[in-house]
Design a protein around this ligand. Structure first.
Ligand SMILES: Cc1ncc(COP(=O)(O)O)c(C=O)c1O
Length: 186
């Protein structure tokens, strides 16, 4: 089997290292609701919303406005030294939706980071309880939990894992033994 199996050797033009190797992908210029429009005026139904990150829809001017106002006032303050009114208000609003008494919110920037954080938090919890031997994580074949290494290690999609197998298996997964079967046999 040639060494490059599992890798896409396509080279995209321009300076962006694109996730798509289509030589000439459409240039998205604007979006409203569930519709994205490209530079040629063609419209696309954004049924995935970037894997569900646009769950409030595109073009929400009221959200864009408060984001711009906040960025002008205070764009960033490191969470190890500060808290801010918006993050406190956000956590107070989200908390009641969670099935926990008095939950604490740890804001992150995306799904992979959330998975990495949950993994480390679970381990830290057990260490704090003196439970040093609890470190194995059960994951399912067929699952996708993200692009970063820890999240990939929990993900059960073999083609995505294959090029990086040498770096995986550190979260306690023994893929052929401790992995639960797929939830759905697709
Ligand atoms: C279940 C699940 N976990 C984690 C992720 C990774 O999220 P992100 O792409 O924001 O890093 C995804 C993305 O599709 C997901 O579906």
């Amino acid at each position: 089997m040639p060494d490059h199996v599992g890798y896409d050797l396509g080279v995209s033009p321009g300076s962006v290292f694109r996730r798509s190797t289509l030589p000439d992908p459409p240039v998205a210029v604007e979006a409203h609701g569930s519709t994205i429009r490209d530079a040629d005026g063609r419209e696309y139904l954004d049924a995935a919303g970037g894997a569900i990150v646009v769950n409030v829809g595109h073009g929400r001017t009221e959200i864009a406005r408060v984001m711009a106002e906040q960025a002008e006032r205070l764009a960033y303050a490191h969470g190890s030294a500060f808290t801010t009114e918006p993050v406190e208000a956000y956590a107070a609003e989200v908390g009641p939706y969670l099935p926990l008494d008095d939950p604490a919110i740890y804001p992150v920037s995306g799904g992979s980071e959330a998975i990495e954080t949950a993994l480390k938090l679970a381990r830290a919890y057990h260490l704090a309880n003196g439970d040093r031997d609890r470190w194995i994580v059960v994951a399912r074949w067929g699952s996708y939990h993200g692009n970063s290494l820890g999240a990939l290690d929990l993900s059960g999609r073999k083609p995505l894992r294959r090029p990086y197998e040498g770096w995986l298996g550190r979260s306690g997964l023994r893929p052929d033994r401790s992995r639960a079967p797929r939830v759905f046999p697709w």
